[in-house]
Design a protein around this ligand. Structure first.
Ligand code: FEO
Length: 173
């Protein structure tokens, strides 16, 4: 095995964390779908897809290093929200939590002098900076618009993503 059991255990746990983030984003996308905010809906389905890819990166790493893959049980996500702001704030908190989890993994890799894992994890360190920053931006915009003006957030996302402001297509949603 190219890495330690301690790292494999921590990475298996992180696979659960990434899938948990994926399920939470699916629940948030569904919430925005239900209240007919299609750009926000599409945005969060896109976030869910990113989390799935993060989980897959960890799965592949565990397999490539010869570790035993164990995918933990995933807790149910929160599915009901009082307002858009609550859903986006939860997303930001989730990204901050994942950043701490990634940092803890880097700590283990460095303590174990496991430079292969440290190198692998640096992609996630950069990714988390991007994810936290973009979710902070979205939360600011939602707060500035206010719950009665969420169509402004829709326009912002449509412009940012080069999409029309109408309903998303099958492949986008
Ligand atoms: Fe996989 Fe958004 O953290």
């Amino acid at each position: 095995m190219l890495t330690s059991q301690k790292i494999v255990d921590a990475m298996n746990e992180q696979i659960g964390n990434e899938f948990s983030a994926m399920l939470q984003y699916i629940a948030i996308a569904a919430y925005f779908d239900a209240v007919t905010l299609p750009q926000l809906c599409t945005h969060f389905y896109g976030q869910a897809e990113e989390e799935k890819n993060h989980a897959h990166r960890f799965v592949k790493y565990v397999v490539d290093t010869g570790g035993k893959l164990e995918i933990p049980a995933i807790p149910a996500p929160k599915v009901q929200f009082a307002a858009a702001e609550e859903a986006v704030k939860l997303s930001l908190d989730q990204e901050k939590k994942v950043t701490s989890q990634i940092n803890a993994l880097v700590d283990i890799a460095k303590t174990e002098r496991d430079y292969t894992s440290d190198n692998f994890l640096q992609w996630f360190v950069r990714e988390q900076l991007e994810e936290v920053t973009s979710m902070e931006d979205l939360l600011h915009i939602v707060r500035r618009a206010g719950e009665d003006n969420l169509l402004r957030v829709e326009e912002y996302l449509a412009r940012k993503n080069g999409r029309g402001a109408g309903f998303p297509t099958e492949e986008g949603a």
